[in-house]
Design a protein around this ligand. Structure first.
Ligand SMILES: *Cc1c(COP(=O)(O)O)cnc(C)c1O
Length: 221
């Protein structure tokens, strides 16, 4: 399977109607595929693995906005700190502290999303609803001068049960709304992938992370 530019165009129209941004998830895909999408004018790409992202960053055009969407280990923050534009999966204050430290070293402010655990599955990382609320309300985020926590990210359960998906996305939407009622100034609600993005959009997502609908099925690692 290769890049599906027709789907990409349709997807972009659909997302524009919802004022949502597209992160084109290019993990496991070769740079030639990324360039095909880039040449349509798309600049926002998401990757899950630090080494793969760094290798691609080195050879691809420098105006690409790279988003890290995977699980980030603290000891790897320094590798992506010089160039990463948004980190979606912040799931601990410790990680945030590390991002802050390396952002400072690079004289930048790094945009971050707090990952919230909304799925039923145990394996998915993230703060619980209450923990996340607590982190914001504690005022601790102010200590991190070189990170800008600008939104929330969540992954729903891997299911085709629409009711369940809606319930999970609504939970995250509620948290986002609650936090903004308290003027935390969040602007990004990152939820929805190939299989569930339509439901995520209905639930207020303004950033979807889509891989297979654009690039075809994932290649083996
Ligand atoms: C891989 C991945 C995606 C994209 O998944 P598709 O089903 O290919 O659209 C989105 N978000 C995260 C966190 C991912 O790891």
């Amino acid at each position: 399977m290769s890049v599906d530019l027709i789907s990409l165009t349709q997807l972009k129209t659909e997302l524009a109607n919802h004022h949502a941004k597209l992160v084109a998830v290019s993990k496991t895909k070769p740079v030639t595929d990324i360039l095909k999408v880039y040449e349509t004018g798309h600049k926002l790409f998401g990757e899950n693995y630090v080494q793969e992202l760094t290798d691609k960053y080195k050879v691809l055009p420098k105006d690409i906005e790279w988003n890290f969407i995977g699980h980030l280990q603290s000891n790897k923050v320094k590798i992506i700190a010089p160039f990463i534009s948004l980190i979606h999966g912040v799931d601990s204050l410790n990680l945030l502290k590390e991002i802050d430290k390396h952002a400072l070293k690079n004289n930048r402010v790094i945009n971050c999303l707090m990952q919230v655990h909304i799925a039923e599955e145990e394996s998915k990382f993230g703060f619980s609803f209450d923990e996340c609320l607590q982190v914001f309300n504690s005022g601790e985020l102010k200590n991190f001068k070189n990170v800008n926590v600008c939104g929330l990210m969540g992954m729903a359960t891997f299911t085709d049960d629409t009711f369940q998906l809606k319930k999970e996305f609504h939970t995250l939407q509620n948290l986002y709304t609650q936090l903004n009622t308290k003027q935390y100034g969040l602007t990004i609600l990152s939820m929805g992938m190939t299989s569930d993005y339509k439901i995520a959009l209905e639930c207020g997502s303004n950033m979807v992370r889509i891989g297979s609908a654009i690039f075809g099925e994932r290649n083996k690692q």
